[in-house]
Design a protein around this ligand. Structure first.
Ligand code: ADP
Ligand code: MG
Length: 260
């Protein structure tokens, strides 16, 4: 049997009367690249939010490596080995590039606040480790820039890569990417595809939300399709391309031509 890393079972998340995620189930295998697609408002980000602990699902279960994680706080989910990026980039604009990534690495660091007060020497060593880790993650995503500059000074594409580097810095076993290709130019998109593959080759499972069908079709092992909060299809890129329900969901939408 294939090793399932993330098992989502009948997850439900409602906002008032709206069911944003409606009994969604899917099993993601360790080592796969899984795309999550669907029209705007179909519940993709909400599902990532439920996985990463921003929301607890009202119903259903989410098992990570066999253990339930639904209802854990985001820090708890991250500590278990899941990290993510955000659709709306969340960086500390006034902090340097390296500090932004060190924040991601920090979850792996042993130094807590108490240690920082009691054993300042120890935490300096710890900080150096975090810095080294952050530098290696920035190199991994190909961000070769002055890491002392403020994150706010970076281009849009560089900020997206910075977020990916930060997500990698905690050594996750599963990474969730929310529309990382949005706003990137074609060359940056090709670079992102390479990075997604490199992340998988490192042994990290990838679940990514994406609108660009070129990116989705070229990099995914399997694709899960949401529409109005419900899963309407799941399969390989070839299966999804010809799926009637998927074509109908996109009918009249901007992405229809790309799905064809
Ligand atoms: P997608 O990422 O697929 O575009 P979302 O998951 O962001 O879709 O949204 C799914 C639905 O849930 C939408 O109708 C959206 O308006 C609603 N929604 C998302 N987040 C919230 C929230 N925090 N409060 C209320 N409604 C929300
Ligand atoms: Mg979204």
């Amino acid at each position: 049997m294939a090793d399932v890393i993330l098992d989502i079972q009948n997850a439900v998340k409602r906002f008032g009367g709206l069911t944003a995620v409606n009994r969604v189930s899917t099993a993601i295998r360790r080592g796969e690249i899984r795309a999550l697609i669907g029209p705007n408002g179909s519940g993709k980000t909400t599902l990532l939010n439920v996985i990463s602990g921003i929301y607890a699902p009202e119903e259903g279960a989410i098992l990570f490596e066999g253990a339930p994680i639904q209802g854990l706080f985001p820090y708890g989910v991250a500590w278990r080995g899941i990290s993510r990026t955000f659709q709306n980039i969340r960086l500390f604009g006034n902090l340097s590039v390296i500090k932004n990534v060190m924040i991601g690495a920090h979850i792996q660091g042993k130094a807590g606040i108490l240690q920082a007060i009691l054993f300042p020497k120890h935490t300096r060593e710890e900080e150096q480790k975090l810095r080294n880790k952050a530098e290696s993650c920035l190199g991994f995503v190909g961000l070769e820039i002055d890491t002392a500059v403020k994150a706010a000074s970076l281009s849009y594409g560089q900020r997206r890569l910075l977020e990916v580097a930060r997500a990698l810095a905690s050594d996750p076993r599963l990474i969730l990417l929310d529309e990382t290709a949005a706003g990137l130019n074609p060359q940056e998109k090709r670079h992102l595809i390479d990075i997604i593959r490199k992340i998988r080759d490192k042994g990290i499972t990838v679940l990514f939300v994406e609108h660009d069908m070129g990116v989705v079709m070229s990099v995914s092992d399997r694709i899960t399709v949401l529409n109005f909060g419900s899963k309407i299809a799941e399969g390989t890129p070839d299966e999804i391309k010809t799926n009637q329900l998927v074509l109908e969901a996109y009918l009249g939408k901007e992405n229809y031509a790309e799905v064809e």
